[in-house]
Design a protein around this ligand. Structure first.
Ligand SMILES: NC(=O)c1ccc[n+]([C@@H]2O[C@H](COP(=O)([O-])OP(=O)(O)OC[C@H]3O[C@@H](n4cnc5c(N)ncnc54)[C@H](OP(=O)(O)O)[C@@H]3O)[C@@H](O)[C@H]2O)c1
Length: 363
């Protein structure tokens, strides 16, 4: 079967939807999708590759299955993992073809027969793993979250993954306490800037580090107490100076590479080093004598599995974050907005380190 014919068939739309479905495949039976009238636009990954290999196509519109809702997407957050998933390099590898896009915000267009407690027209957001670079998605109803009052769609689509991961990391994994010192690497990025903001709210002294003075200026606006440009400054000696030789209590590392070991060497007694990600493309190998000598811990953080395994704590994290948003404590930064058709430009901004805060796509 040629790919063009496949795209014209409903079978193809099934694959696209599996972008949503597969991340929850232990909970949802396959072949649950039905199709409505008309077409919708979606960004599709047909083969593993760079952002330029994505295509935009019209595919059949969706119809809600029993425990699902159809969301008309108003905005889709773009995240670093989207750049990996299209290359087949992420923890999850969807069946081809699929649509990337891990988090969406929009309006409920249709309800499955067994869905209750939610109405057509409700404003909602969802973390779906992939499938969001589309005009509509089918989402299991238990993944749906109502958008907090006063939050627009673009902000809502760029909120849960980065703030959720950083909150979970700082509060539940590192048990960051008021008065402690937090070092954030890649501090102007999605995970980093959320960690800067959340660290301040939790009462920490925050050291933001990034590759340019422009990025650090953004970190300063978001509350960072100290700034280190790791492209031009001597990272370790400045941390030693700032902390009077004591080292930092917690490191939030979404970057990896050479920086990780330097940052680990800058932790103090009983420090906690949060392994968040490897945006540099390199997984560092920290010698195990270092945690021994410092009585410190290397702590892994895995958001997708956390929300699957620890639903109660996930609900608590969302509650805290939406409360802080409503109180005006959080100011999510959406620094660029692209139309859906320009998904490749948005993803390349991330790959080329041109982003502060988050980018959002709008259909
Ligand atoms: N653990 C989890 O559950 C979880 C959840 C979400 C994301 N993540 C991971 O966390 C990492 C960061 O995600 P993010 O959304 O914060 O990404 P982001 O917004 O693109 O920020 C990443 C930062 O890393 C730095 N960086 C260094 N080398 C880079 C390179 N070669 N390419 C791109 N950035 C580079 C950049 O800051 P400078 O230019 O200042 O160095 C950039 O601002 C990714 O690895 C992602 O997969 C993990």
């Amino acid at each position: 079967m040629s790919y063009g014919r496949c795209l014209d068939s409903k079978f193809n739309a099934l694959h696209l939807c599996r972008g949503v479905e597969s991340s929850w495949k232990q909970e949802i039976p396959l072949n649950v999708w039905e199709y409505g009238e008309g077409n919708m636009k979606a960004v599709i990954c047909k083969q593993w590759g760079p952002p330029e290999s994505l295509v935009v196509e019209n595919i059949p519109s969706l119809k809600a299955d029993k425990a699902h809702v159809i969301v008309k997407v108003k905005a889709c957050g773009v995240n670093f993992p989207d750049t990996l998933i299209i290359q087949g390099k992420y923890q999850y590898k969807p069946d081809l073809p699929f649509s990337p896009g891990a988090e969406i915000a929009g309006v409920i267009r249709e309800l499955g027969q067994s869905v209750s407690g939610i109405e057509v027209g409700d404003r909602v957001l969802a973390f779906i793993g992939w499938g969001g670079f589309s005009e509509e998605v089918s989402v299991p109803v238990d993944k749906i979250i109502h958008i907090p009052e006063g939050m627009d769609f673009k902000t809502a689509s760029a909120f849960v993954m980065t703030y959720g991961t950083s909150y979970y990391a700082l509060k539940h994994r590192a048990q960051l306490k008021s008065g402690e010192t937090l070092l954030v690497l890649g501090a102007a990025g999605g995970i980093g800037l959320a960690a800067v903001e959340l660290g301040k709210i939790m009462g920490a002294r925050v050291i933001a580090s990034a590759s340019s003075d422009d990025k650090l200026a953004v970190c300063k606006e978001y509350g960072a107490d100290e700034l280190i440009n790791y492209s031009t400054q001597n990272f370790r000696s400045i941390i030693s100076e700032i902390t009077n030789g004591q080292g930092v209590d917690v490191v939030c590392d979404p970057v990896g590479g050479d920086l990780s070991e330097q940052a680990f060497r800058s932790t103090g007694w009983k420090g906690r080093f949060l392994v968040m990600g490897f945006a540099s493309g390199e997984i560092s190998r920290i010698p195990l004598n270092l945690p021994l000598l410092k009585g410190s811990s290397i702590v892994g953080v895995f958001w997708s599995d956390f929300i699957r395994r620890e639903k109660g704590t996930y609900a608590y994290v969302l509650q805290e974050l939406t409360k802080w948003y409503a109180q005006g404590k959080l100011k999510p930064l959406v620094s660029k907005i692209y139309p859906l058709e320009q998904a490749a430009l948005a993803l390349n901004d991330i790959v080329q380190r041109r982003v502060t805060g988050k980018i959002v796509l709008v259909p």
